[in-house]
Design a protein around this ligand. Structure first.
Ligand code: FAD
Ligand code: SF4
Length: 509
């Protein structure tokens, strides 16, 4: 009887995968910490620590179940730090006769493993990761022949297919979408709850990273690393979310507040993206909670949350596989500016950016609207090269894995795909940021001014963006009105001069 090697990648921590249903002494599971993975971008230190902890905890769970696991730490004596070379070594050393792996979610790893298998002289087999609601190619087939890939159409299909918030063939309560009800500013900070955390001492891992010269960004409190790094902890975060946060999730999902990082957000993205939790179990638990607590939790909150997971998350994954690798180099506006240095320090006079960036460096987290309407909005208005924007987003967030990072950043946020993900660019002046946050109150700049020393940079950059992209945007039916407003404005040239002044001094803002 031959011996099988099964590779488990760092974001494939799905204990419910059919692989693990039965133990077999002839199957060896392989997990490896590698510099190939810590080095393809400069990651936030909490992201590297989070991944290593979650992988280690998963390997212990597998061994407790009776599986044979070979786990290599970053400094293992045999670790070449390269996936293909490590695999070849283990296959030889353990006399492996058959190799198996789950389809990776990243294009980079997909190509590497395909290439590796081409040169293998033993048999191999690929498996689905059994995590997503759809297969890789589903979205491309679903929208075949269509010019636009509307998320809403896809989302409704998922609701119907998985019978989520449905009443027969109709949406529960008769409405598909509660977005309009979900746009409030936080007025009462007393409503806020502390996040569910699991403080751990992680100094042995940070010491390992130092010894192995892994370059990272951001900060870490070695005594209080607090992200969930096991399935048990992830389930506790989900329970906590249902009990304490869900009832206000939708209402405040777009709100930003300088005194709190997480508001009513779930903090589940890391657990989901490493597959410690499955999207369907998260959504089912939320739906069950809603069914039992309809007196305290409204459909608007629940639909808002479920839409993010079976809608946006699943849709982004479909876009990734439909459009890679071309997606990775799209640059619709031809933007080529360098990312300002303050993205790496948080040192800027713009209060909204200061808060969103400092928080990201401190916690490896910012919620969706901070990512989209503060940092992303600014990068787009300032014409930053999407490659630089991608590198920043891919490195800084604990949940950043290319399939969900690049589609959100290059697609939704930077419109570098020319409108595959979004029907129009997400840009705004200070008006929107002020409407949804308390940032403008403590800012060096004046949210109302477009011109002058104290003028908020967003205000002139906003019009400069539209003006310089007239040929690309004016015909877009969702934007035409902006151009009519711009045409009627009196101080056009002063606004454009102000924007030029700022564009030449991005690092000083
Ligand atoms: P919640 O607000 O509680 O939402 C619940 C869940 O819904 C999240 O955990 C996530 O799994 C899912 N979700 C919500 N919005 C999206 C979305 N737009 N795309 C995919 N899933 C979504 N998310 C990542 O997981 N990884 C990334 O690298 C990433 N990069 C982003 C970059 C930009 C520029 C933008 C605008 C968004 C990005 N997002 C990314 C989406 C979103 O910001 C995060 O999923 C969310 O902030 C994670 O925090 P949470 O778990 O508290 O989310
Ligand atoms: Fe940001 Fe402008 Fe408001 Fe300052 S005034 S916080 S720069 S939007």
């Amino acid at each position: 009887m031959g011996k099988t090697l099964r590779l488990v990648l760092g974001d494939q921590l799905n204990i419910q995968h059919s692989w693990f249903a039965e133990t077999d002494p002839d199957i060896l599971y392989l997990m490896m910490e590698m510099k190939q993975e810590t080095g393809y971008v400069k990651h936030h230190i909490q992201k590297v620590v989070g991944f290593f902890l979650a992988m280690r905890s998963f390997s212990v769970d597998l061994q407790d179940m009776g599986h044979q696991v070979l786990y290599w730490n970053l400094d293992d004596e045999n670790n070449t730090q390269n996936l293909s070379e490590n695999l070849s070594f283990v296959i030889n050393k353990h006399h492996i006769t058959h190799f198996e792996y789950q389809l990776p979610d990243e294009y980079r790893l997909d190509i590497q493993l395909d290439d590796f298998c081409k040169h293998l002289d033993i048999s191999f087999k690929k498996y689905d990761s059994e995590h997503f609601l759809t297969e890789r190619a589903f979205l491309a087939a679903f929208f075949k022949g269509k010019k636009t890939y509307l998320m809403e159409t896809f989302y409704r299909e998922m609701r119907k297919k998985y019978k989520i918030l449905m009443d027969g063939k109709e949406p529960l309560t008769g409405k598909w979408n509660y977005d309009q009800e979900n746009r409030n500013k936080l007025k009462d900070p007393l409503l806020l709850k502390k996040p569910k955390v699991f403080p751990k001492n992680v100094s042995s891992i940070t010491a390992l990273l130092e010894t192995m010269e892994v370059e990272t960004i951001g900060a870490i409190d070695e005594n209080n690393f607090d992200w969930p790094v096991s399935r048990g902890e992830s389930l506790e975060v989900l329970d906590y979310f249902c009990e304490h946060l869900l009832k206000r999730f939708g209402e405040y999902q777009d709100a930003m507040y300088s005194g709190d990082e997480f508001l009513f957000h779930s903090r589940l993205s890391f657990s989901l993206n490493t597959k410690m939790l499955s999207p369907l179990e998260v959504v089912s638990q939320v739906e069950r909670y809603f069914e039992c607590h309809q007196d305290s939790v409204s459909i608007a909150q629940v639909e808002g949350f479920i839409r993010q997971i079976i809608g946006w998350r699943e849709y982004m994954r479909g876009i990734y596989w439909a459009k890679m690798p071309e997606f990775g180099s799209m640059n619709y506006f031809g933007h080529d500016q360098k990312l300002p240095d303050f993205f790496w320090t948080g040192k800027t006079k713009m209060n909204c950016l200061k808060h969103s960036i400092s928080q990201s460096l401190k916690s490896a987290y910012a919620h969706h609207i901070q990512r989209l309407m503060v940092t992303g909005n600014f990068a787009l208005l300032a014409g930053i090269d999407p490659d630089e924007v991608d590198q920043w987003y891919l490195g800084i967030y604990i949940d950043a894995i290319e399939w969900v990072e690049i589609t959100n950043t290059r697609g939704m946020s930077q419109f570098a795909d020319g409108g595959i993900v979004g029907t129009k660019p997400y840009v705004s002046s200070a008006n929107y940021i002020d409407k949804m946050s308390d940032y403008c109150q403590g800012c060096h700049y004046d949210k109302k001014l477009k011109i002058g020393k104290k003028a908020c940079p967003f205000n002139s950059l906003y019009w400069h963006f539209y003006n310089r992209n007239t040929d690309k945007l004016a015909k877009n039916p969702r934007i035409g009105m902006m151009y009519r407003t711009w045409e009627k404005m009196k101080d056009k040239s002063a606004i454009l001069d102000q924007a030029e002044f700022y564009l030449e001094r991005l690092d000083e803002l």
